[in-house]
Write a protein that binds this ligand. Structure first.
Ligand code: GLY
Length: 875
């Protein structure tokens, strides 16, 4: 039997000291939220923070590193508490080699640590390797001396976690003894029961897997070791499961005390106790690493874990708030490994308590509904809960759908997940539609009891206290994730929409909540309010929030605003003093300026305006803000907007000698910050009103790049360079002209051939030569040209030609003077011909044109022409 017993803390330290002794750099655990890795929601293995070191994209601080990493995995959440070894949160001990040592050292050191440092009996240890890994087999067998029958080849000994570094692995199992096994004659390493416990995994990281599942060999071979701290502790402490070790059991003891329960008496009770112990650790670490409960991503993982724990408390008969109080026990366990958690104690506790209270408020009702549904399903002999009921539990009672499913599965029932998803989609659609296109409509409640005049906008403010908040038009004291609210702060650095300038957007960070500000507006008295959505956590009336306006957007808007003042001045300079601002829109993307002017602006004038503004930008003139009286402002010649109301004290934006304007907007400190100014549109927006749209800064850059791309694409189409485009297009026009001429010549040739053919078909009617026929013509002019040619060749006589053009029939008829003298009449004949083809028309005796709708009637038209001509000649 084992001699050495270590606490979890001692084991962690022993591991890290051992690898420090093998020249590893020991680093603290990375946070649970991955940095720069969109493929992972949460860190789930010791190697995850080191992916870039493994692939060689970034150089590690040392080629040997060792850590004890906080990990969260929820793939096996249903097994937590049911087996001895599954967790959502666990600590992974790891030693890593980045192109340094490889299989031999990793195997020898793993073996040395387990058998020498931890004094595990080698007879208890079993080795697995990848089916094809003869190299690992030889090291284990020939060098370490493990008997061949204790080295098992397994096809699935390949380790990977999403895209990234991966490779074959060699896992070490500890045999906990027959008494811990399932009793099956087949029970062996790899059996699902608790007898053989995987305690160490050596990954020979030699491939990089991409998103499509392709494996590329890595230039340098690496080692990634993952060893579960809780599992090894359970072996060393000779406990039947991880839950009885000092890393978890104190939490179980605490819950037993709270619920007056006994551990080890009832299987179901034990499962719930273990679930709570596991989840209590997870939630503490997740919240400590900055995650807040929400309905998306990591926040949802946390919410699910936390609410699952609340429900297991309920299963144990605990209906009070209890989870928040487990934190102190959790922190005692983690104090040595993760001291930062202890520092955040009250914050973590507050987050747990709030989420717990929120779910407790609806849990009983939700369970009642679910139990009723379960009874009804059973009575009706059905096995699947409708998706819309599951959605109601989610939406109204806050049941993560996985929790509903779990409860159903305990009753051998299932859930219609597709129906649930459909209900979720429908609700999102409804919410989107209700929200309208642009913004959430927030009705303003009665704010008369507030001292709003004391609220201020300060560009440099970093924090503000919540003076009022409301939801759907009613004041409220708190809001939680998913709520869309309006907020008034005593101080804000968010500029409120006004004077043509858009309102700021950004974030407000509450003590345990994150809000996305989607608009900042002004109340009728001029004070600002923020329209925001609580994205995570919650927010309370009176609390102080950190102000995080989107600074890049704010800066871009300020550039456009100052440029608008420069444009105003330039317009007066170039077009004349009659120019006056009539309206403007200043946003981060572009500026729009409407002004009075009575004629179109020429290209030269536009260039002059653009140049004048750019000259002021390049002059790098400092700007200044002056607060003064209205009359003083007038005296100094400051421009005021016609029809705008100003208070007695006004704010004047001064740009050197160039511009002085009354304005409440945000501006750059120096015109050089604008970068550049580019007019992109000039138009009329009413009588005597023109509009200029322009870009500055990055806006211009993007616009120019877009123009460049267009030119590039056009050049590619013409298989040339942009600088050669003009020459190439001129050459193409020239070529086109030549081709048109050639076509004309060919058409004439064709027409001549057709005319000769028609002449051969010439008939005589009462001594008059007559040609009636169908020809191919591209348009009416072409048909007329053929007729002219035919008439010239005939010398005297009558002709009528038909041609199908655009699925219709065109007719032309001509009579020479001698034919007219005999009674022929082009207009009369063509009228009857056109009628036969469903059309109409007419004309003079010598020439007429007409159209018909039905090409299939051309023969009938020609017959009608003959008969009509005959009558004309007879008369
Ligand atoms: N990266 C090795 C393991 O998680 O088992």
């Amino acid at each position: 039997m084992r001699l050495l017993t270590l606490t979890g803390n001692e084991l962690r330290k022993k591991f890290l000291d051992f690898f420090a002794g093998k020249e590893h750099l020991v680093l603290p655990s990375y946070p649970l939220v991955p940095e720069n890795d969109p493929t992972l929601l949460l860190i789930g293995a010791g190697m995850a923070p080191f992916k870039a070191f493994f692939t060689g994209k970034v150089n590690p601080p040392k080629t040997r590193i060792s850590t004890c990493q906080k990990c969260v995995r929820t793939g096996d959440i249903e097994n937590v508490g049911r087996t001895a070894r599954h967790h959502t949160f666990f600590e992974m001990l790891g030693n890593f080699s980045f192109g340094d040592y490889f299989k031999r050292e990793a195997i020898f050191w793993g073996w040395e640590f387990l058998t020498k440092e931890l004094e595990m009996s080698p007879e208890r240890l079993w080795i697995t390797i990848h089916t094809e890994d003869d190299e690992a087999f030889d090291i284990w067998h020939k060098e370490v001396g493990i008997p061949a029958e204790r080295i098992i080849r397994m096809a699935d000994n390949f380790w990977e976690i999403g895209p990234g570094p991966c490779g074959p692995c060699s896992e070490l199992y500890y045999d906990l003894g027959e008494e811990r096994g399932c009793g099956s004659p087949d029970c062996a390493v790899g059996c699902d029961c608790d007898r053989y416990l995987e305690i160490w995994n050596l990954v020979f990281t030699q491939y990089d897997r991409d998103e499509d599942g392709n494996y590329t060999p890595l230039v340098k071979k690496n080692i990634d070791t993952g060893a579960g701290l809780e599992r090894i502790a359970s072996v060393l402490q000779n406990k039947p499961s991880n839950f009885e070790t000092d890393l978890l059991f104190p939490i179980i003891e605490h819950i037993c005390q709270v619920g007056s329960l006994q551990y080890g008496v009832n299987l179901k009770t034990d499962v719930s106790l273990k679930v709570i112990a596991d989840h209590a650790r997870s939630m503490a670490v997740m919240i400590g690493d900055g995650i807040l409960p929400s309905n998306e991503g990591r926040g949802y993982v946390l919410r699910r874990i936390l609410r699952r724990a609340v429900r297991h408390g309920r299963l144990l008969g605990i209906s009070n708030i209890f989870l928040a109080d487990t934190l102190d026990v959790v922190l005692k366990i983690f104090a040595e490994a993760f001291p930062e958690l202890v520092e955040k104690r009250s914050y973590i506790q507050q987050v747990i308590r709030q989420e717990e209270e929120r779910f407790q408020a609806t849990l009983a009702q939700g369970l009642e509904l679910l139990n009723r549904e379960v009874d009804e399903l059973k009575e009706a002999g059905k096995t699947v809960l409708e998706g819309k009921t599951a959605f109601k539990l989610y939406d109204t009672f806050g049941f993560p759908w996985e929790l509903t499913l779990e409860i159903l599965e305990e009753q051998q029932l299932a859930m219609d997940k597709e129906g649930f998803d459909a209900a979720m989609r429908e609700q999102r659609e409804r919410a989107r539609a209700a929200r309208g296109e642009a913004e959430i409509q927030v009705a303003i409640p009665d704010l008369s009891s507030l001292a709003l005049s004391e609220c201020s906008y300060e560009e440099t403010a970093t924090r503000g206290s919540i003076l009022a908040m409301w939801k759907d038009g009613a004041l409220c004291n708190a809001a939680t994730d998913g709520d869309e609210i309006a907020i008034i702060l005593d101080k804000t650095s968010f500029y409120a929409e006004g004077g043509g300038q858009v309102g700021d957007i950004g974030q407000l960070l509450a003590e345990i909540g994150r809000l996305e500000v989607i608009q900042t507006k002004k109340l009728p008295d001029g004070s600002s309010y923020h329209i925001a959505k609580v994205e995570e956590g919650s927010v309370k009336l009176g609390e102080t929030v950190t102000l995080r306006p989107n600074l890049a957007r704010k800066a871009a808007t300020a550039r456009n605003h100052t440029a608008t003042h420069l444009l105003h001045a330039a317009l007066k300079k170039v077009l004349g003093s009659h120019v006056n601002q009539a309206g403007s829109l200043v946003g981060p993307e572009r500026l729009r300026f409407d002004f009075s002017h009575f004629s179109a602006i020429t290209a030269d004038e536009l260039r002059a305006i653009e140049n004048a503004v750019n000259a002021e930008i390049l002059a790098a003139t400092p700007t200044g803000i002056l607060e003064t009286t209205q009359s003083a402002a007038k005296e100094m010649g400051a421009m005021a907007l016609f029809g705008e109301k100003y208070g007695e004290t006004v704010r004047v934006v001064v740009i050197g000698d160039v511009s002085k304007e009354l304005c409440g907007g945000t501006h750059v400190k120096n015109t050089a910050e604008i970068g550049n100014f580019k007019i992109v549109a000039e138009s009329s927006v009413g009588s005597g009103l023109r509009r200029i749209e322009a870009f500055t800064g990055f806006g211009t850059l993007q616009y120019m790049q877009g123009q460049e791309d267009l030119l590039e694409q056009a050049a590619q189409l013409l298989k040339t360079r942009p600088s050669e485009l003009n020459a190439k297009i001129s050459a193409l026009f020239e070529k086109n002209r030549e081709l048109e001429q050639q076509i004309k010549q060919l058409e004439q040739k064709l027409a001549k051939g057709e005319v000769d053919e028609l002449l051969q078909k010439s008939r005589t009617l009462q001594g008059l030569p007559v040609v009636l026929g169908q020809v191919a013509a591209t348009d009416a002019d072409h048909l007329r040209d053929i007729a002219d040619l035919l008439k010239a060749k005939m010398g005297e006589g009558f002709l009528l030609l038909a041609a199908v053009i655009d699925d219709k029939v065109n007719f032309v008829a001509m009579a020479t003077p001698s034919a007219i003298a005999k009674g022929a009449h082009a207009g009369k004949v063509i009228k009857e011909a056109a009628k036969a083809a469903g059309g109409g028309g007419g004309g003079k005796p010598e020439m007429a044109q007409a159209g018909g709708k039905d090409p299939s009637q051309i023969s009938a038209s020609l017959a009608a022409a003959w008969t009509t001509l005959e009558i004309c000649l007879r008369d």
